[in-house]
Ligand binder design. Sequence first.
Ligand SMILES: Cc1cc2nc3c(=O)[nH]c(=O)nc-3n(C[C@H](O)[C@H](O)[C@H](O)COP(=O)(O)OP(=O)(O)OC[C@H]3O[C@@H](n4cnc5c(N)ncnc54)[C@H](O)[C@@H]3O)c2cc1C
Length: 388
Amino acid sequence: MTPDLTIVGAGLTGLTAAIEAAEQGRRVAVVEAHSRPGGRARTLDGPYRANTGPHAFYVDGAWWAWLERRGLTPPVVAAPRRPRLVRTGGRLTAWPDELGAAIAALPAEAPDAERFRAWLLRHVDAATAEAIIGVCFVFTFDHDPGRLAAGFVHQRLRRALAGGVRYVTGGWSTLVDLLAARAAALGVRTSTGTRLPAPPGGPAIIATGLATARRLTGDPSLAWTGARAATFDLGLRAGAPDPGWFRLTDLDDRIYVARYSLADPTLAPDGHELVQIAAACAPGERKRDAEQRVHRLLDEAWPGWRAAVEWRRGAVRTDCSGALDLPGTTWRDRPAVGRGDTLAVATDQSAAPGLLAEVGVAAAHLALQHIDGTSREPGSAREPAQPR
Ligand SMILES: Cc1cc2nc3c(=O)[nH]c(=O)nc-3n(C[C@H](O)[C@H](O)[C@H](O)COP(=O)(O)OP(=O)(O)OC[C@H]3O[C@@H](n4cnc5c(N)ncnc54)[C@H](O)[C@@H]3O)c2cc1C
């Protein structure tokens, strides 16, 4: 088969583009550097099946609807009905109802031109503003969501609290496997273990991260703001003490801890626990210092956790969790998907709507429109994606 479209990268974005292009009758080749598809959305083989990137699937979004239309939705579970613990003002407490009420009472819209913190301070007192900013770390991964565009953060806050968050049973590899199998069934040819040094000739979609796309194309304009966060995964042996909560959010110190195997027991051996943690890293903060902050929090909120640890890993991740829009910018200002007549760059930091991984998927739809010559603005793809 001679492909008429090459897609570089078999993460969620590349696989989505491959399926949609093949459905449209294109002969698609996917080239993937890793030995397996999935990109950041892989799940470790075990015994602790940690997700290496995403956890939360927002089932109220356009991507879920796209999967539903194709019979590709993975099995999902909601968070278990367990208390949610927060640390705020230096004190551990149950999720404060007054914080939820303050968020609910915020105006329905927030401006893109203003910083989130400045906008909040016009509506709530300073302590409440900082607590809300702490909540927003969970889905921005930023050390200071208060510095970001109010419109950007506020829209995500509404989504995060709307009740649409689910966890993919068996980890996100379950979804990746479904997408890869559908792509193969549609005739998409995937070559794994092949790292391209430059964009391929002919019509192509680069669906790597934005930084890799910048290196591949040599185009310095492929750059956008992202977060820096440390992630720590813990495997706890059977019989670990139960602190009672499922989620723990440190609003002061921007740390999020979830005992994911309580929601999905397949993620850990029988009776064991998988705990995954994200901690904001200010510029220059070292992994060791972030880890010490996490350990101090766990010591306070989970007596006895240390003695139960039998597996751990951790890393600092830069620009890995999607786009962040600074004041005065929106998703429309990010690097355009269309990069010339036959090249598109579709990433989770591209000019496409949505939240977290949804951005890459929306960019995949735009990339195909661009390649098909149907994007509304010649040479770029700046209108919202209309997934089919
Ligand atoms: C800690 C963390 C938590 C997150 N949490 C969430 C969440 O809860 N919900 C959510 O929706 N999103 C979340 N995200 C974001 C989500 O993981 C990403 O948006 C999404 O996985 C990006 O998919 P992608 O296909 O665009 O990119 P990637 O997953 O990075 O895929 C790119 C692929 O391209 C390949 N590649 C790179 N260079 C080359 C080359 N030269 N040749 C060939 N192949 C190449 C890579 O190997 C990779 O497989 C999180 C991310 C992180 C890091």
